[in-house]
Design a protein around this ligand. Structure first.
Ligand code: GLN
Ligand code: ZN
Length: 758
């Protein structure tokens, strides 16, 4: 097919709005404070601004349909007529859409899970025996038309059929959704025809699943890719097809796609590294969209290196376009509001808008020669050079200390001896009761924090208010009869940002919001340099709480893997090295907590599974350094100090062995929704430390009964002997209301008493 190739693009753009306008608008719509027309007007304005900015920056092909009111996978389910039947009674299409996303009083929402190894979460489509697919292309056609009216060279973006089905979940006894591929292809072909009819020159079909091992092995992915895209390319009336692979190296999928009659392939040269593209049969008549600007991390591109990469490519393909490696959905909009950064730091970074400029600069250099972008190349070189020399990135003292500590070993004493030392120190009853750490973030807490951040109240006032909150929470736990208490974490805005703000080597942003899911946005810290702890970070809170009670208070820390998983990380050293530096800081904190008399310390690693590589080949190495970082952070204390950890958000299957290797004395783990099955898995690998399988699901406002939790506990006792079993909820309580929490914990303590009595 003869299509006009383009030269500069990105694979997708953020949509929440530069100041989270979309978040605010949809939340107002949900609350009934604005109507649909008002919401749509705000959304249209955001799309218009995004398109205008992308085209003004010099992109000659601009992605459309990457806007979403909630999630692009849910949009694809709508496109394909695959919403679950339980929402079909809702007449208004937008309300139906939001019902599938968020649920209603009587409709359960779709499940949500992580989009590959990013921190974006998509809704998992449900495919059952009764799911019948049908094309509903209104959204993409409307967004295409809107862009065309604006004079934008628009390229609609669609999640591809393989990725859509591979990420869906079979329900009601249906076979694996991928078996339904044959039904989807005619719909995609129909869609291609309509897009062509509407004047689209190009369409981008996203197939990130092809770079993972989700489909089994790479050969299987390649076979599917070739089959699907040979079929779609044979559609008579269609735009030029660009298949986008990203988040990794396509491997055999690239030659497979090259063999088909599609018109272009997008490759992620950042996550995928220096993959060979020379001499691949079929590629020579295609457009190669080279993702050389990192779409999901915040670092400024080394333009020289990117240019060298690009200059080595043209022989391989018919033509070349410069692109981000993936959608810039995963990075903040722009550096512009970040006026709190020093010049060097600022110079190292590129957010969404800056990445678009980098793409345009590289495309200009390819078109008009390096001389046409001398100033930009020089600025990039200066930034790269300053990053290699800045002492904040190379702190010899930290590195030497890390080596020394590591050479001393990261194991604790034998678990049985630790248990003996801890038992005689703590004197806990059988089936000890505790919580995961946070108590509800009340309106007063949030108000006080907002006032503090705005400078309306001073630090002493703020700290005083948080301490009185700690006191309330300690009294509550004593009244309820819990055995191991927590201070409730009122002072923490976020379990990662709280530590990042106190560690050198991290920066936090003013406005660096990225979408986590739906209307929820996060502001991940940026780990840019070597990590040092300026001073104790949590000791004051834990010790204050301990003065209020004779029961043991658990110190609460976030583990190194989770801190990395929820931050933007440096790209100039292996993640394992960064993890160890963070681990050293956490280790120092555990030692200080111990010296201050805290006998139990919990190091949370809820994100342990999140950084698991997409390809099987990398998994073992990851788990090894992740476990080592945890052990480094927890092995500085004596045997008599009890180390807890907490894990949640996942199916633990692939990481179950690693959980045991963490060697925490007590592991609290999400289990209520899976009915304690995780305990059998732990037994299966010979796990023999203590475990606290969550006895109730904190994600629901429902207060569980004493009987239900006693039943859960008895079920747990079938798998774990009483001397190793703890009693706790599934996760932290910060999103719940105080009344719910009080009642639920009262029942939980009663359940423990019931079961102890036999
Ligand atoms: N200690 C944290 C809390 O209770 C753990 C949160 C989590 O697991 N995500 O809030
Ligand atoms: Zn949790």
């Amino acid at each position: 097919m003869l299509s006009t190739p383009f030269t500069a693009t990105i694979l997708g753009a953020p949509r929440i709005g530069p100041n989270r306008e979309l978040k605010r608008a949809v939340e107002r719509y949900w609350a009934g404070r604005i109507d649909r027309a008002a919401l749509e007007e705000i959304a249209a304005g955001l799309r218009r601004d995004t398109l205008a900015a992308l085209s003004a920056a010099g992109l000659d092909s601009v992605p459309v349909n990457t806007f979403s009111y909630y999630d692009q996978v849910l949009d694809t389910a709508v496109l394909l007529g695959a919403l679950p039947s339980r929402v079909s009674g809702i007449a208004d299409d937008l309300d139906r859409y939001f019902a599938a996303a968020r649920g209603t009083a009587d409709i359960a929402p779709l499940e949500m899970t992580k989009w590959f190894d990013t921190n974006y979460h998509y809704l998992v489509p449900e495919i059952g025996p009764n799911t019948t697919f049908a094309l509903h292309p209104d959204k993409v056609l409307a967004e295409l038309k809107e862009a065309q009216a604006q004079g934008i060279p628009a390229r609609p973006v669609i999640v591809g059929p393989i990725t859509f089905l591979a990420l869906s979940k079979a329900v009601d006894g249906a076979e694996a959704p991928i078996a339904r591929l044959g039904e989807l292809l005619p719909l995609y072909a129909d869609l291609l025809g309509r897009l062509a009819g509407a004047g689209a020159e190009w369409v981008q079909i996203d197939e990130p699943v092809l770079v993972t091992d989700i489909l089994g092995d790479a050969a299987n992915a390649a076979e599917l890719a070739e089959h699907v895209y040979a079929t779609l390319a044979a559609t008579t009336k269609r735009p030029a097809i660009l298949v986008a692979t990203y988040f990794g190296e396509p491997g055999p999928v690239l030659p497979a796609l090259a063999r088909t009659q599609i018109d272009g392939v997008a490759i992620d040269f950042v996550a995928g590294g220096d993959q060979p593209v020379a001499g691949i049969p079929g590629l020579a008549d295609k457009l190669l969209v080279a993702g050389v600007v990192d779409g999901r991390n915040v670092w400024r591109t080394d333009l020289e290196a990117a240019l060298a990469r690009l200059e080595s490519l043209p022989e391989s393909a018919r033509s070349l376009a410069v692109s981000t490696s993936c959608s810039t959905l995963h990075v903040p909009y722009s550096l512009e509001p970040e006026d709190g950064l020093d010049e060097a730091l600022r110079g190292w970074l590129a957010f969404g808008a800056e990445k678009v400029d980098e793409v345009a600069t590289l495309a200009t250099a390819l078109r008009n020669g390096r001389d046409s972008v001398t100033a930009q190349l020089e600025a990039s070189n200066r930034a790269v050079a300053s990053r290699t020399h800045d002492p904040r990135l190379h702190n010899a003292a930290v590195r030497a200390r890390l080596d020394t500590v590591l050479s001393g070993g990261i194991s604790r004493g034998p678990a049985a001896e630790r248990r003996k030392a801890q038992d005689s120190r703590l004197n806990l009853p059988a089936l000890p009761t505790t919580t995961i750490g946070s108590f509800p973030q009340t309106v007063e807490i949030r108000k006080a924090r907002a006032a503090f951040v705005a400078g309306e109240i001073g630090e002493a006032d703020y700290t005083g208010r948080m301490k009185s909150e700690v006191e309330t929470v300690i009294r509550l736990q004593e009244d309820l009869g819990l055995d191991v208490l927590v201070h409730g974490e009122p002072e923490r805005n976020d379990m990662v940002q709280y530590f990042a703000e106190q560690l050198d080597g991290f920066l936090t942003t003013r406005n660096g919001w990225v979408q986590s899911y739906g209307s929820r946005c996060v502001r991940p810290p940026v780990l840019f340099g070597d990590v040092t702890r300026r001073q104790p970070m949590t000791v004051e809170w834990a010790t204050y709480a301990q003065t209020l009670t004779d029961k043991p208070v658990k110190g609460m820390l976030t583990g190194p893997v989770t801190i990395l998983a929820w931050s933007f990380v440096r790209d100039d050293q292996p993640l394992a090295d960064s993890a160890n530096q963070v681990a050293l800081a956490i280790r120092d904190e555990t030692v200080d907590l111990q010296s201050a008399g805290i006998a139990i310390i919990q190091v949370d690693e809820p994100a342990l599974r999140e950084l698991l590589p997409l390809r099987n080949a990398g998994k073992a190495a990851y788990l090894e350094w992740a476990v080592d970082a945890f052990r480094l952070s927890t092995s500085g204390v004596s045997d008599a100090t009890q180390i807890h950890t907490h894990l949640c958000y996942s199916e633990f299957g692939e990481v179950i062995g690693a959980i045991a290797d963490l060697d925490a004395d007590v592991t609290s783990i999400e289990a209520a929704r899976s009915h304690m099955e995780v305990l059998d898995d732990l037994n299966g690998i010979g796990f023999s430390n203590s475990v606290g399988p969550g006895v109730y699901d904190i994600h629901s406002p429902r207060v569980p009964t004493t009987g239900e939790m006693a039943t859960s506990l008895r079920r747990a006792l079938a798998a774990v002997p009483a001397e190793r079993l703890w009693v706790n909820p599934d996760c932290g309580l910060k999103t719940r209301k105080t009344d719910e929490v009080t009642e639920s914990l009262r029942h939980m303590v009663q359940a423990a008493q019931l079961v102890r009595a036999g």
